[in-house]
Write a protein that binds this ligand. Structure first.
Ligand SMILES: *Cc1c(COP(=O)(O)O)cnc(C)c1O
Length: 232
């Protein structure tokens, strides 16, 4: 078995174990394989091992990879999860299936305007800065409801849920706190009439904590592809 297939199977097993421990159906948690910095051939290998959803952070790198893997496009879902500047929205609206990192209404409006008519609506998540660090992208929990309702009204987007990237924490108990806060906000928005089905939270180091708190999609990079090298 290749290393990538071995790693993928190990991550799927971690999700199963965490879901079982939390009394959840493992099928209710999907895996987004985060392939940023890794070559198209690694994505091809992980796809061949059965994985279908891949996440990318950088527009140029992603569009090159999507083009290199055009032959797999029908069975491959691309999710944009990185910081998005308003002058970079068009290639994202044209090439991706999902955007998790919508952090202001202006970005959502541009994505909606630029989503090609022949494609289905773009799936989006609103990124929330749960722990409130100044350095992190995302709307505050207090402003989330108003922005979420405005995004949900845009014609070419489908608001699916919330996403967050909490500060790293050592213990599972500490990791669970921001995940719980995001889940509570998600439940409030659903009670408030928004048809959300996606809670995008948890990465290689904290996926168990996220699954315990209700994540429906975990975004896992290094545990599948290995350590990232940003030197080139
Ligand atoms: C890189 C990245 C991940 C994956 O992180 P790992 O720690 O490698 O699993 C998940 N989400 C976002 C938004 C990322 O940028």
């Amino acid at each position: 078995m290749s290393d990538l297939k071995h790693n993928l199977d190990a991550v799927l097993q971690r999700i199963r174990v965490a879901a079982e421990a939390a009394g959840r159906d493992a099928q209710s948690v999907s895996l987004l394989a985060v392939s940023k910095t890794f070559p198209a051939e690694d994505v091809r290998a992980v796809h061949a091992a059965g994985q279908r959803a891949f996440g990318e952070n950088y527009v140029q790198e992603a569009t090159a990879k999507i083009a290199a893997l055009a032959d797999l496009r029908e069975s491959l879902e691309w999710h944009f999860i990185g910081p998005l500047q308003s002058n970079k929205t068009r290639p994202v609206a044209e090439a991706f299936d999902w955007v998790h990192s919508v952090d202001r209404l202006k970005i959502a409006q541009r994505l909606s305007e630029q989503r090609p008519a022949h494609l289905p609506p773009l799936n989006v998540c609103l990124q929330v800065n749960v722990s409130g660090e100044a350095s992190k992208a995302g709307v505050t929990p207090a402003e989330a409801a108003q922005i979420a309702h405005a995004i949900a009204a845009l014609p070419r987007l489908r608001l699916r849920g919330l996403m967050s990237i909490p500060e790293p924490a050592e213990t599972v108990e500490e990791q669970r706190v921001p995940h719980r806060q995001l889940r509570e906000l998600y439940e409030q928005l659903r009670a408030d009439g928004l048809a959300l089905d996606t809670l995008s939270m948890g990465m290689s180091a904290d996926l168990e904590a996220a699954v315990h708190e209700g994540a429906t999609m975990v975004r896992v990079g290094s545990a599948i592809f290995g350590a990232r090298d940003y030197s080139h």
